[in-house]
Design a protein around this ligand. Structure first.
Ligand code: CMP
Length: 157
């Protein structure tokens, strides 16, 4: 990840940031450019909930989040703070928010910033379009889902 500060949307090079997200490592320059064109940048302060468990995806604006800078906690049963069950801590290069986009169910967990967080987000519509065009992305998402499932199962033993 870059050490340069991320200041505002027009100052960041989304293509360069996306190139460093492992999920998109295999994309061609053209595909990366196309994705950068539709991704938007956002940031939240420490303590903010980026995703809230149980939220329905109503519009197309809800999306997949790529963590550029900062850390988040994935929590189930949280009221928006540090309570509930901690499922995972994620850092730069990780993605989240893929599950509801894939199965159409409400958000499975809350994702809460534990520091100031900068992210790129891709809408459900663009995410689906990307998945159809790039089977490698679909495979990487499946591998991550499978790892998350395995670690959940081993936590429950
Ligand atoms: P989604 O259900 O859309 O919104 C909450 C997100 O938290 C979910 O997608 C995943 O990205 C993430 N998440 C849910 N459960 C886990 C888990 N066990 N490990 C890591 N991430 C998870």
């Amino acid at each position: 990840m870059s050490n340069e500060p991320i200041v505002s949307e027009h100052q960041i090079d989304k293509e360069r940031l996306l190139r460093h997200v492992p999920l998109f490592a295999g994309l061609s320059a053209d595909s990366l450019r196309a994705l950068a064109d539709v991704a938007w940048a956002g940031s939240v302060p420490a303590g903010a909930a980026i995703i809230e468990e149980g939220e329905e995806l109503l519009g197309d604006e809800e999306g997949l989040y790529l963590l550029i800078d900062g850390t988040v906690e994935v929590r189930r049963g949280s009221s928006g703070g540090g309570d509930g069950q901690l499922l995972r801590t994620l850092g730069p290069g990780d993605f989240f928010g893929e599950m509801a986009l894939i199965d159409g169910h409400p958000r499975s967990a809350s994702v809460i910033a534990t520091s100031e967080v900068h992210y790129l987000a891709v809408s459900r519509w663009d995410f689906h379009r990307r998945l159809r065009r790039d089977p490698d992305i679909a495979l990487t998402i499946m591998a991550t889902l499978s790892q998350r499932l395995r670690s959940r199962e081993s936590d429950m033993i």
